[in-house]
Every structure is written in structure tokens, then in C-alpha cells.
Design a protein. Sequence first.
Length: 578
Amino acid sequence: MEHNERKVIIMKDEYIMGLHIGHDRGVAIIKNGALVCALSQERIDKIKYSISAKLPFDTIDVVLKYLGISISDISFIGITYDVSEIFIYLDYVKESFQAYYGISVPMIPLGHHLAHAYSTACAFAQENSLIFVADGGGHVIGDKAEAESLFLFTKTGITPLENRKQDILRHDMKEAFNHNYAFMSDCIKNMQISIGRKYEQFTHLLGFGFGEAGKTMGLASYGKSLIDFSSLNVHDFSFSLTYAELLFDLHIKKNNSSAKSFLEYLEVERVNIAATVQAFTEKVMLSLVNNYSKKYGIDKMCFAGGVFLNCLLNTRIKEDSGLKDTFIFPAAGDDGQAIGAACYVYNFLHNEHAKIPNLPYIGIDYSTQEIEKTLQEKGLNYTYINDNNKLATIVAKLIYENKIVGIHRGRTEIGPRALCHRSLLANPSNPDMKNILNKRIKYREPFRPFAPVVTEEHCSDIFNINTPSPFMLLAPSVNEKYKSLIPSVVHVDNTARVQSISKESDSFLHNLLCETSKLIGVPVLLNTSFNVNKQPIVESPTVAIETFVRENIDALVIGNFLVADKKQRNHVDSYQYF
């Protein structure tokens, strides 16, 4: 080869897919070491939690199309299953995958807690950190299942340190013999249970269902613990926690009360029972965090698993632990499993960690053409506003006038919390707005709070918090002088599930908050998920528009289109462009 000749080497992009089956099925794709897309199946099939042992083919196809690739571009697949032994199901999964796509792709299974660990550690990206995983239950190991796990995150990998196992759940937690002491057989009473499942157990005892632990958390703020946990100090995972514990204490207290039946006792002490399991969870978890930090001499810790969707717990860890730095993955539940599976495979292949940029907006978005086509098909009047500043000014005025505005802009946020890309926004200064939202759209229990979104630079002024809160995973108290300005987002215990927005993370939302501040005196909006009760958060323009038309929502911002009424257009001239 002459010295002036150039040798061109074309490198093929490497795509790694992560898949999760069970509840909260999902898909994630890593391209050349960086996560480029993640999406939950429930956003596509519109079935809350989308529980199935089947692969989420619908979502796989949507993600592949969005990225402009085909299944043949995928080099490897990492796969997990909730509370099951994925290694046993692997042949079944491979067969169904090949039957659907006509090709096979190498699949690498991994344990449930390990996938959680990879998801949060790769997002945290601070070496020599501890990883704490706690959820209802992980994958099956013999005749036990994962309960809580601790890992070490280093430059090249993740190493298991310690774990605790629980007995495998018999039937469903909704069955009375699993959550009501009066119905428990002796063999169930003495079974070991995870901290997360103990919280789920109380959630069912209080009359709620699967996936409704957030209701227990909201209710807890109205009560006081019936048990004093001040002296409780759990040193490590060798502790015992049985199905009967705490429930037995409640039955003793019922017998010493004037209640005629346990059902009556449950009704009378409902808020205090919720407060009891919340106080227990906070005390156990906080002591474990502090004791493990001291044991290993590490003051950085990241967290994953459904337990860490509990905002009150997370705030206690932030405020009361001795940790120097903490991080909670926004998709802490099983909707983050696919991300962890993809990250694990990348590490397995390259002995280095994948990167997870652009949190939390790593789902999919839609083009102006796609959105306008849908609006036209639905026959709606709309205005296209190209100037984001003008759009923010208009929306702020609508909200100030107590209009409820649906927002569908940009890429989908990961995790169960709507973070203003698929949200309903409203006026936090109106003390009746919580009731208005519940009566008109959300139909939620009155004890459940709505959340505020605030500019990052003002977060610590308005709320008692010294760190950004971009994922709505913390519930600090509201500073006294601001309580009267934002009454509809202040919970009964003076806390608020805060989401902070920086100008860098989303300039439109940040500007909207600034415009709102000019009208109500504070850069805060009420933010709740763009859905109705028991439905997943909206994903596509079609579902967003249908929800807007069907429900009592006043206006819709979808991309840069504004729909301010639901009257069908009469002619094409009703479209307006600015």
C-alpha cells in the first residue's frame, strides 16, 4: 500500500437488547455501549403492568422501528423474569423468539437482582459503590427466592457481597391466608418474607391490590405507628422476618381494644396500620444502609428494586443516612429490568460498563408529521406554535386560569412516574385543584396526594431538600412560607413528591415553570400522570388524543401542537400555524 493510500475500515454498530418478562415487561437497546432506548410493554398494549410469560414482541417491534434497525442487527440478548427461574424457561423463550422472527439471536439469562443492580449502577457510574437491591422478590434459587441483596460496583463489573432469601410465595398475596393472621396456617406464619413483600402484605390487608403500595404510602401520612420501632437496629441480612410478624402484633392490639371484630379494628385503625408498616420499612432499611456502609467502609450507594419507589423511605435515606452520595434508579421496579439485562450483557462481552445517558427520557418520541396526521384523522382543530417560548406563555396562562392541560412532548420517560413528557399539568395555587382533578379525570382516593414539579434552581428554596430530585423519588417537607402558595401539592404531613427540572434537561418545561411563576408567584406546577385510574400512562399520539377527547381535560399540548377545544373542524382553514 502506498503511503498516501487510505485504508477504510467500516465497523458495524453493535446492538444489544435487554428483555424482561413477567410483570412490567419491557425492552431496552444498547448501541455501541450506550443505552439508546427503553420502553415498557404496558405503554404499547395499554394493559397496566402487562403481566405475561410471553416476550413483549409488540414493544420489540416498536423500538426496532424507532431506531431504524431490524432484529438481525441485534448481536446478543439479555433476559430476565420476575420471581422465577429464567434459566429453566430459556429454551421456551428461544423457541418463541425464533418462531416469531424466523432467526435466532444468542440469549444470556441473568438473575433478577443482578439485573436491578446493573441498571442503577450503570446510571450512577461511580466506581467502588455499594448497590442495594430490595423488592418483593427476585429469581428462584432452589426452594428459596431472592429477598434483599448487596453488591459492589467496580470499574470492570459487579460483585455480589451478601443476600437474604425468602420462602416462595404460595398462591397470591391477595389470598387472605397470606396477609391476614386469622387465616394463616402455622407453616405460613413461620415462612420468611422480604421487606418489600411485607409492605405488599400490609397493602392487601388494607384492601388495596397488586401494584398499589403507593396507596399505602399515601395513607400512612395520615396516621401514627401502632408499634414503637425506635430501638430496632438491623445489622445485616441475617435477620428474620416472617409472614406473621407485625400482623400478630395487630391481633394482640385488637384483642386489647374495644373493637368487636378484626374487620372493625382494621377500619378504625386503618391509617395507623399503614403508618406502622411504613415506619417499620423505614427503620429496617435505614439501619441496613448505615450498617453496611460502615461494614464495608463505603459511603456511596445506589438503589434499585420496587422498595425504592417509596418516596418517604428514600427521603429518610437521603436525610438520615451517613452516606456521602446516593442514587435511586428512576425505573427502580421491574420496568427497569430490561435495561439491567442489556447492561449486564454489554459488561459480559466487553468487561466494561455501558452508559445510560439522558435519564429519564429514553423512550420514544413522534415526528411532527405523525402527530399532525393523527390530529387530522381525529378531526380536531389545532394550532401549531413553532416558538417554544410562545407556547410556554400560552400554556402557563391556561393553567393559571385553572385549565387542566395534557402534555405529550418528547421521548417517553422511563419508570412508573410521569415526569412531564406524558403528564397532566394544573394550577398548584388553587386549593380545590386536587378535588377538581379527582372528580373530573383521575377518580383517585382522596387521601392520595398530587406531586409538584419545580425549577431545579428553586427546588431547595421551596422544599426542604439540598439536592435535585429529577425523578420524583423524594418527598421532602415544604418550607413554611411556600405552603400557602401551592396548597394542592402539599400532603397532609407537609411533604411533597418533588420533581425538579433543569433548563438543560428540558428547556420547554423549565420555561413553562418560569412563565407560571410570573402568574402565581412560584415556579411550580401540579404534575400527575396522563391517564385515568387503572390505565397505563399514555404513549402514542393516538392514545393521548383519544384520552383528551374522552376525558374532561381542557387542553392538549402534543409536540408543538395546541388543541384548546374538542370541537371537530369544519374545514382545513381551521388549522392555524404560528
